[in-house]
Structure formats: structure tokens, C-alpha cells
Design a protein around this ligand. Structure first.
Ligand code: 2IP
Ligand code: CA
Length: 402
């Protein structure tokens, strides 16, 4: 199913182009920076524009996937609904129209009649994007189209996207905040089991040209299905051949604990967990914005784990990175389930992997799709074992988590 993965990659790049256009095209940029002014009307307008960028990117991904694989668009899910209310209170369904002109005139209605902005945005929506990866030519895995669905986060870390800082310095390779923390996340899962099987993470603002100040993106993909595990990080861009740059956990041979473990977490993490993490990781405990970006830090091997005990990440945040981590021999587990069995001194026969096909019982709205028990993302099963033992010991009052 290299063609689906190829299409996900292309859709993610189109999304990244739209995200970049909103920052780099003058007509659109003016709308983004309105936020920095204080008055209420501008604030409201910006919120609208931010939501529009999100909704539009989601619709483009849906539209483009459906064009290539008829029916798949029905199974593309995300946070945003495409019903949009403009300044005049009119309800408008945001969608990709058959022609660029039609899309522009629809967008004009949402954008308070701003013709220039609507035209620029419509051009980005209808442009042809080519993004191919030679490594995908060798992928020969067949996925049942009627058993897959897609979780999309069109722009993860929207707060950093709007703030738009491009001059944040990384600490040990990790950006604590800034445009580098923005990602487009597209993940595919199996409808019957809920397991993630394919994922693409696109980082639209990975590298900035110091002269032109224009941004270049970076992308990562992974596939994990029926024993086939393939990841873009195993291939060097030049040769298309495996270069073993990133060592997947399954390839580790020595079953020994590391001297130290590096973990990334959210600044919204609870005190109790932070204390325990800091005890285990010391100076290797990092903070970074964006659920997708934190997962990317694990995928790239900048840290060993992403730990978060709160319920404020969602299926659209984790599905794509989870599939890539699986392709590297790692995964993503429900943290509260892991701690529960550790407290009861049980070794679960099956690890509590996060699943993507079932809602949180009794929850409403976006919370139906929350990763309710928190999460731990990892690249190596062995490291996970050693780390969890240390972490649980340091968690003085684990029951506070439940
Ligand atoms: C957010 C975003 C936030 C993250 C939160 C996500 O998604 O990734 O950065 O919080 O969990 O749901 P934190 O950075 O504290 O980890 P979005 O930006 O799409 O709302
Ligand atoms: Ca998100």
C-alpha cells in the first residue's frame, strides 16, 4: 500500500505549504498577526482565522485522499467540524470546491470579504504538490481499504503557530517552543482492532534559510502492519538504502539498563509526576510544546520517552506518531493502565497500547477522543521496562494519578 502512504505524504506536504503560506504570504500574514493587537474584535477575528486555517487544511487532506481513494474521505476524522460562522453570524460550510475560483469566492465569505487573502489561500489549496520518497517504492504491503480510517491534526501546536517565534534556541537539539514545534499529523488505524498502522509527521518549519528567511519543511513516515515495519528514518535520503541511523528498539541486543534516561514532557504535567521524572532523569528531563513535536523527539532519538499523565492529548495528536514509533520497534501506552498494573504487582499479558477506534464512555465533544489515561511514548521495549521500574519507585503517591 505504498500508494496510500505516498498520498498521505503528499497531503501532509500540501498542508505544510498552506501553513507556511499563512505565515509567508503578506495578505494572509496580516490576518495572523492581528492577534497581537489588544482589542476584542481583532482577537475574535484572529481566532476565526486560526480556526479557518485548521479547518481548511483538514478539508484539503480529506478532499485529496478521497480523490485518490474513493470513499476514504468518509473515514477521515479530526478535531474540526467544517461548519464555520463568520463575523456576520452566517454559517458557511468550508470545503474544497471544484475550481480555484470557486474556493476563493467561498473563502471570501469567511474572510470578511478579504479578496486578496481568499485568493492566496485558494491558490495554496489547489496547487499541485509533488513529494515522493524513493524508499516507498520498495514498500509492498496490502491494507484493506474498507478497514482503515484516518486521524488528522491539521496544525498541531497551534499556539506556537500563531505566536510564530523563529529564533528559539534548541537545548540538546530539542526546541522548547517556537515554530519548530508545529506539526501536521496524519495517522491511519484499523477500524476493527483500533491499532495504528501508518503515520506521517510533517514539520513545516524545520529549517529557516538565514538569508531569505523562508522556511523548509521536514517529514517522517512509518508503516507497521502484519510484521512489516518500515520507517523513513531507516533510509538515507541520498541512497534510498537502509542506513541504520536510528536504532529501533527491537534491534537492541544488550538487555542492560542505561545510565540515564532522557524524557520530554509538557509544562502542564502535574507536580507529582514531574518530581518523579526529575528524580529519574535529572538534567535529561526536557520540556517542549506540541504533542506531535514531543513524539517526534522520541522518534528522532533526542529523548527516550515522552511521558504525560494528563488527559489533554487526543487521538489526532497521537495516531500518526504512534504508527511511526511502532515501525521503529516502540509504541505508545496508556500510562494510567501501566501504573495500575505495576501497583498491583501484575505483569500484563498484553501491553495497554493506545487504541484509536473507541470513544471514552460518557464523555462529550472532543473529550470523547481524549487519551484519557495519559501516555508514554517509547522507542525501545527494553528501555521501557527499566525506565518504568525506576519511575514507579520514584512516584511517591501513584494513586494521585487516578
Ligand atoms: C495541542 C498541542 C499542545 C499540547 C496539547 C495538544 O494540540 O499539541 O501543545 O499541549 O496536548 O492537544 P502541550 O504542549 O502542553 O503538550 P493543538 O495545538 O492542536 O490544540
Ligand atoms: Ca493537536
Amino acid at each position: 500500500m505504498a500508494d496510500i502512504l505516498q498520498e498521505l505524504l503528499r497531503a501532509s506536504e500540501k498542508a505544510a505549504c498552506i501553513a507556511r503560506a499563512c505565515r509567508q504570504e503578506e495578505a494572509l500574514f496580516q490576518l495572523l498577526i492581528e492577534e497581537k493587537k489588544e482589542d476584542e474584535k481583532n482577537k475574535k477575528f484572529l481566532t476565526d482565522f486560526k480556526t479557518l486555517a485548521d479547518v481548511l487544511v483538514q478539508e484539503v487532506i480529506k478532499h485529496d485522499l478521497g480523490k485518490k481513494f474513493a470513499g476514504l474521505e468518509e473515514n477521515v476524522r479530526g478535531e474540526e467540524s467544517n461548519e464555520f460562522t463568520n463575523e456576520l453570524g452566517e454559517k458557511i460550510i468550508v470545503k474544497v470546491c471544484p475550481t480555484e475560483e470557486e474556493t476563493a469566492s467561498l473563502l471570501q465569505k469567511v474572510l470578511d470579504n478579504n479578496k486578496a487573502a481568499a485568493k492566496t489561500l485558494a491558490r495554496a489549496v489547489h496547487q499541485d504538490v509533488t513529494l515522493t520518497d524513493v524508499a516507498l517504492d520498495d514498500v509492498n504491503v496490502s491494507l484493506p481499504l474498507d478497514n482503515i480510517a484516518v486521524w488528522v491534526d491539521p496544525i498541531d501546536s497551534t499556539y506556537q503557530y500563531i505566536k510564530g517565534s523563529g529564533d528559539i534556541q534548541p537545548e540538546k537539539g530539542i526546541y522548547p517552543k517556537g515554530l519548530q514545534c508545529v506539526t501536521v499529523l496524519i495517522g491511519v488505524f484499523l477500524l476493527d482492532t483500533g491499532h495504528p498502522v501508518m503515520g506521517v509527521i510533517n514539520q513545516p518549519f524545520a529549517i529557516q534559510d538565514p538569508i531569505t528567511l523562508r522556511w523548509k519543511g521536514q517529514w517522517y513516515w512509518g508503516l507497521s502492519y502484519m510484521g512489516s515495519n518500515i520507517c523513513s528514518l531507516h533510509f538515507s535520503a541520498a541512497s534510498g538504502k537502509p542506513d541504520n541511523k536510528v536504532d529501533g528498539g527491537s534491534q537492541q541486543s544488550a538487555a542492560t539498563a542505561k545510565n540515564s534516561y532522557a524524557t520530554v514532557t509538557s509544562s502542564a504535567e502535574s507536580e507529582n509526576v514531574l518530581r518523579a521524572l526529575s528524580n529519574v532523569c535529572g538534567e535529561n528531563l526536557h520540556f517542549a510544546a506540541g504533542a506531535g513535536y514531543k513524539c517526534l523527539c522520541v522518534i528522532q532519538g533526542l529523548v527516550d520517552f515522552y511521558v504525560f499523565s494528563e488527559d489533554t492529548t487526543f487521538k489526532w495528536d497521537s495516531c500518526a506518531p504512534h504508527a511511526i514509533l511502532k515501525s521503529l520497534g516502540g509504541g505508545m501506552l496508556d500510562l494510567s493502565e501501566c501504573l495500575k498494573s505495576a501497583n498491583q504487582n501484575q505483569v500484563p499479558s498484553v501491553r495497554p497500547h493506545i487504541l484509536y477506534n473507541s470513544e471514552v464512555q460518557g464523555a462529550k465533544g472532543a473529550d470523547r477522543w481524549a487519551n484519557k489515561g495519559g501516555l508514554i511514548a517509547y522507542r525501545s521495549e527494553q528501555d521501557l521496562e527499566f525506565f518504568m521500574n525506576l519511575f514507579i519507585k520514584k512516584l511517591s503517591l501513584p494513586n494521585e494519578l487516578h
